[in-house]
Design a protein around this ligand. Structure first.
Ligand code: SF4
Length: 446
């Protein structure tokens, strides 16, 4: 398997710079991808400002309250790949059933190779729930995923995020004060009384990629959580109970899902949290069916219609499958849109010799290409640009937290306060109980 890290390290900085000077397309979006993540932790600590590190979301501004990672002990920075591998395997063997390591699809191969389970955020949270004998859950993903695992796992279990700076730039685009301010404006405009059919003026829906505080907000206000697998089912649930939906933080998942269900674009205003009424007129807000928070995933917004057109020229008959976090124009130009699990199943179910252009994170695409050599599988974006926050989980951090457990030390524990978890679980349970109606779209965003 070829991981982003290994690929990038094969490129020299000089080669990349020369390519840039000559006007050739660079093969990666940042030469800094070849550095160890601790170099960013140190730079941030010195500058006093959090950042997302190199890669797709490095240009997005990290909020000040974004967690920062303390310095990794030098021995882990100095260790060779082989030494780290031996130390991780040794610690895992000694800990046995006491620990479970979870790896997200977007995680680099050098980390995924140690994972007991690999999957999307919700599959991994459930894996954590089902391994009740493990006293420690090491989550090789990002912050909101570790929070969800903490809320769904037992009180005797600790959830560990190997690098605290592994956040999610999309999740950070909606925080509790901004959502509460938005909600207050919506209540003022719409009131709080249900209509003749008993539907309240607005139902809050949060994507799984959000903080526990926002999941709790939804639980408290009659709302629900969705994933990219069940977004249309969740919107149906919401429309059965509300006249409108406030969808956060990903505008693209909200727009793509609601559009496939027949909601007109004119009835989906974008909410800019820095402007009164989100930057919309009262009339636009009154006519709204889905109010879309102005958030996005930096990885998925890189995919373009031009990339799809190029793939169709280069590979006639190519099957273009993209993630619903991609912009609407990209989803419309693709053959299919679906979650990471949908993409995986599409490839597994295809006849040998199929060609796929995939619009999702590069580590997952590279891994699929290696696992299914009977197909031609490539990433739509020719520039290597991983999720920069996932990228911050390096084997050095994994070795550090596992060896901490051997000493009886729980490092980087993620704990959601019970008062928040109680309400967040209500929103998660509503999601689990929501059932699709008979009439699902022909190409579901599943
Ligand atoms: S791929 Fe996008 S949504 Fe997923 S963790 Fe990275 S920044 Fe967040």
């Amino acid at each position: 398997m070829s991981s982003v890290n290994t690929t990038i390290q094969l490129m020299t900085r000089e080669e990349a710079l020369a390519a840039g000077k000559a006007g050739r397309e660079q093969s990666s979006c940042s030469t800094e991808l070849s550095k160890g993540p601790w170099e960013f932790d140190l730079a941030e600590a010195l500058a006093g400002t959090p950042g997302y590190g190199p890669g797709a979301s490095s240009e997005d501004k990290a909020p000040q309250e974004t967690p920062q990672q303390g310095q990794l002990p030098q021995e882990y920075k100095d260790a060779s790949d082989a030494e780290l591998k031996a130390r991780i395997l040794g610690a895992k063997a000694e800990l046995g059933e006491r620990v479970v390591v979870l790896g997200h699809f977007y995680q680099r191969d050098e980390v995924v190779e140690f994972a007991d389970f690999v999957g999307d955020s919700f599959q991994l949270a459930n894996a954590a729930k089902n391994r009740s004998e493990a006293e420690a859950i090491v989550f090789c993903g990002v912050h909101f995923m570790a929070e969800t695992a903490d809320m769904l796992s037992g009180s005797h279990q600790s959830v560990i995020l190997p690098n605290l700076a592994a956040g999610c730039s999309m999740a950070d685009m909606a925080d509790l004060p901004s959502v509460e301010a938005c909600w207050a404006q919506l209540e003022k405009l719409y009131g709080t009384e249900p209509d003749a059919e008993g539907r309240v003026p607005v139902i809050p829906v949060t994507y799984m990629n959000s903080s526990a505080a926002l999941k709790a907000f939804c639980g408290e206000h009659g709302g629900i959580v969705c994933t990219s697998s069940n977004a249309s089912t969740v919107l149906e649930w919401a429309f059965a109970r509300g006249q409108r939906v406030l969808f956060f933080p990903d505008q693209h998942l909200g727009r793509n899902t609601a559009k496939a269900m027949g909601v007109a674009l004119a009835n989906m205003p974008l909410w800019n949290p820095r402007m009164p009424l989100g930057g919309n007129s009262e009339q636009v807000m009154t006519d709204a069916k889905v109010v879309l928070w102005q958030g996005f995933c930096s990885v998925h917004k890189r995919f373009t219609v031009a990339q799809i057109a190029q793939a169709r020229i280069d590979f006639p008959g190519v099957r273009v499958v993209v993630h619903p976090e991609c912009p609407m124009e990209v989803v419309d130009a693709a053959d299919e849109a679906g979650s990471t699990d949908y993409i995986l199943k599409a490839i597994q179910g295809a006849p040998d010799g199929s060609t796929f252009a995939i619009g999702t994170e590069i580590n997952m695409v590279n891994r699929l290409a290696a696992q299914y050599p009977q197909h031609t599988i490539f990433c739509l974006d020719p520039v290597i640009c991983p999720c920069s926050t996932m990228y911050r989980i390096h084997p050095g951090y994994l070795a550090w937290v596992l060896e901490g457990l051997l000493r009886g030390e729980v490092l980087n524990q993620i704990t959601v306060p019970e008062a928040t978890a109680v309400n967040a679980r209500i929103a998660l349970e509503r999601m689990l109980a929501a059932k699709p109606s008979q009439a699902q779209p022909a190409a579901p965003l599943s």
